[in-house]
Each structure stands twice: as C-alpha cells, then as structure tokens.
Ligand binder design. Sequence first.
Ligand SMILES: [Mg+2]
Length: 406
Amino acid sequence: MKIVDILNFRVPLSGQISNAVVNFSEHDVSLVAVVSDLRRNGRPLVGWAFNSIGRFAQQGIIEQRIRPRILAATEKSLLDCEGKGFDPSAVRACAMQNEKPGGHGDRASAVAAVELAIWDLNAKIREVPAWVLIAEHFGCIEAGCIEAGRTETVRTGAGRTEATRAASVYAAGGYYYPPGVGKTLSEELKSYQAMGFDRFKIKVGGAQLREDLARIDAAMKIAGDGKNLLVDANGRFDLPGALAFAKEIAPYSLGWFEEAGDPLDYALNRSLAEHYAGPIATGENLFSFEDVRNLLRYGGQRAGRDIFQMDAGLSYGLTDYARMIALMEQHGFDRRQAWPHGGHLINLHIVVGLGLGGCEVYPCVFQPFGGYSDACRIANGQVTPSQAPGFGLEEKSSLKPWLEKV
Ligand SMILES: [Mg+2]
C-alpha cells in the first residue's frame, strides 16, 4: 500500500466580499488529491482535502517541496504500525524534511492540505465517516465500537450500522458587500434563519463606528438575543480602538467579540480580556502549536469563557491541531471552548470527532468549499455529518467538477 502521486489544483473562491481588512476576490485554495495504489469500484482510491479558506493556494510549496519528499519516502515509513492505513504524523514529518523551525505562514497550510487528505484516505480505506476515524484515533470514542454497535450514537437501519453525532453550528456571514449588490444584512441573516440556523456572525471594524452599531442593531432584530450574535473585527483594531469598540458593544452581551486586534499581539488580547467582560475569540491566524502555546502563556484567555479558533487546515493539519487542543486542556481550558475557523466539511468532521464546542459554516459564500453538502442535516442550530466515507467532499455538488479530474 503506497502513495503513488500527490496532485493539487488551484481553485478560485467565488464572491466579491470583504471583511475589515481583506477583499476575497483574489483568494484561492489548494485542493489536494493523495492518490494511492488501492482501488475502489475500478478507480484509484484518493484522499481529498484543501487548505481551508481565507488564505491562498500553495502550488509551489506543495509541488516543489512536499510532493517530491513524500514520493521519495519508503513505502513502509508512511504506514501506520499495523500497516492498515497511512500514518498522518509520519506523512507530516516527511513533508517537513529540511524545513527550519518557525516562520510557519504559507508552509503550514500547504502541509495541512496534504496531511488532511491522508485522514480522508484512511477513512475511505475503513469505509467510515472521517469523524469516526478521528474520534477513535484520539480516544474520543472506543475503537471498533461503531462497527460493533456498542455506542449510544449508533443507529442501525436497513441492514447498515450508522453512527450519528451532531455539532453546534452558527452561520458566518455579514460581510461588507460592494455598493449596488442590492442585498441587505437583514436579508442575508434571514436567509440563514430559513436554513435552520439560529446563531449568526457578522463583520465589524470595516466601517465607521456608527454604521457598525447600526449593523449590530439590525442583526439583533433577527438574532433575538445577544448570545446568538457574534462579531468579528478580523484584527482591525489597535488597543485603544479595541477597548473603545468593546465599550460600545458591552451592553449587547454578544456571544463573542472575535479577533479585535492583530492575532500575534498577545498583550492586546490580555488587556482586552481584563477590560471586557464578554467572551473574546481568537486563534484562527495562529498557524502552529508554538504560536498557540504563546497565546496560552501570554494572551490572557479566560477558562470557561473565551473561544479558540485555530484551524487545522491552516496549521499543519489534524496531527498538530489535536496537540493544540491537548495543550489547551493542560492549561485548564475545556475543549468545548474550541470553535475552529473555516466553515466547511473538513472542520465539521474534526469538531464532531474531537467533541469540540462547535463550528462555523459559510452557507452562501466561499464556494465551492464553504458550507456543507445537502446530505448533512441542519436543524435548530445543529448539524449532523452524512454517512459518506471520509470528509464527504464527493457529496458537495460544487466540488464535483474538481473531484472528477482524478
Ligand atoms: Mg474570524
């Protein structure tokens, strides 16, 4: 059993939307296929993944550094100890040969796309949803209990044993649209409400204070309660700006105030936590275990209150992400305080598998990657992954034209 090729496709993101800092019209994503020598239904068995959303495709790093290293590795060195699947941590280590520590950036998401494709491939070898494999691997469910029908999450029907588990989910949107689009924030959030969402996130910090407060007022009419509305400044503010904005939104008792300042400004985060009583969220732009360790040491995050949003697809993959969650717990935090950035199928399976707090979803933006497939059930703010093997990317109609290329 071996990896015979690693293909990657640069996929542009649809949409002309902006947050407080960037316009996404130039963004793209690396969609990666890890091709094995196994076959299913007469075709090669392929693991698919991508490097999340909100950064850029990483063609050069994947093609010139990661791919040749993995294809040159001995067959046995990339297998798990039983030889029944591939070892994601071994693939990650192989991809990082001759790479210096630090300077994580784009390399972290390039490695992540390949490492996550290994999880998809392993789940397809086992013929289970990726979340089942993840839960077993990290001890969040007893190994083998799904097949044996020995868990409360198993439902058996039509001769098939099905594992079901849901995750809390909120609709992320509320972007700044260019003039003339003819869409209002209220209309956008109402459309999410009609889809079964009851919690929403909107962007702030990209307009004058008065306009942002008017946006919050409009969103509150749909969210109904401050705890169901989240605001995201995407790192826009300096410390005085963050504190001033926090003072203005304090009366709303919002669900959380996200990325008030630069993601690496731990002192700013600490000061904000000292002055703002509501939950704060950060971490989506930390791309390594070491950066997260610094956030835990110096960022002032509060146990039982604040939110961690690291994203496996931007930070070397699930192997490293699981280490971050373990470190959070060593520092006294609950894994339910982890709500990964990136509203797509891969993070849905990670959230469900690891038993995290929940995840975001982009129901209408960042296509073809944003949101879930029609086979995932969404109701009352909960989403349930389908029974498809792996991450189920094949069930997402917008991705099909790309996946059919291999
Ligand atoms: Mg964010």
